[in-house]
Design a protein around this ligand. Structure first.
Ligand code: FE2
Length: 208
């Protein structure tokens, strides 16, 4: 768990989400690697492949990547070179991840009809390894280069704007971290514990 003093920090939310992504990706890779020596000789269950593809599409790309692209990167653009900067590299990698997600999603569909297709099983194994490598390097860049740099260049007011943009994004699209908490159907359910805690604390401060 992060330091309680950073619980309202939007970059901490992203780092916590990265931790989940690393865990899920490693777990899926280990799962399919067990099939490595058996490709084409035993069926490969489509369900975990489709589930992992959905996780990449929903959590990694739509909810997390969308938040970075719409609620963080725009605030950094004024502080970075217009071309060839770190954000440009990260956006290319978001695109690469989408490509791998697409391969896994279509492989999952093909396995539904032929679970023993060797070339499809191989594609799943290759893509799982590539996702693991790419995501690992991508997360390392964000956690150790981009986010520390964001803390350096963004003013307190801009960081507040990022926090508000995160809340607005999660209010509209949903959040990863708070999904299992809160009462179903309430607005709080769509907010991560960090941001929800931050809002409660700020609301209290505003009333005081
Ligand atoms: Fe990220």
């Amino acid at each position: 768990m992060p330091d309680p003093s950073t619980l309202t920090d939007p970059l901490t939310c992203l780092v916590e989400e990265h931790r989940i992504f690393r865990r899920e990706t490693k777990s899926f890779l280990e799962q399919v690697q067990r099939y490595g020596a058996l490709i084409g000789t035993v069926p490969l269950d489509a369900a975990p492949v489709r589930k992992f593809a959905r996780f990449l599409e929903e959590d990694v790309d739509r909810l997390h990547g969308g938040k970075e692209e719409k609620a963080l990167f725009p605030f950094l653009s004024g502080h970075l070179p217009p071309e060839g900067g770190p954000v440009e590299v990260l956006l290319v990698e978001h695109g690469d991840l989408r490509g791998l997600q697409h391969t896994l999603a279509t492989s999952g569909e093909k396995l539904e009809t032929d679970a023993e297709a060797a070339e499809v099983q191989q594609a799943v194994l290759d893509s799982a390894g590539q996702v693991h490598r790419l995501l690992d390097e991508h997360i390392e860049k964000e956690d150790t280069v981009l986010f520390p740099m964001a803390r350096e260049v963004l003013s307190p007011k801009e960081m507040d704007d990022v926090r508000e943009a995160f809340r607005a994004f999660e209010g509209e699209h949903g959040a990863i971290l708070g999904r299992a908490t809160g009462s179903p159907g309430t607005q709080e359910r769509a907010l991560p514990p960090f941001c929800a805690a931050g809002r409660a604390r700020r609301d209290t401060a505003e009333r005081a």
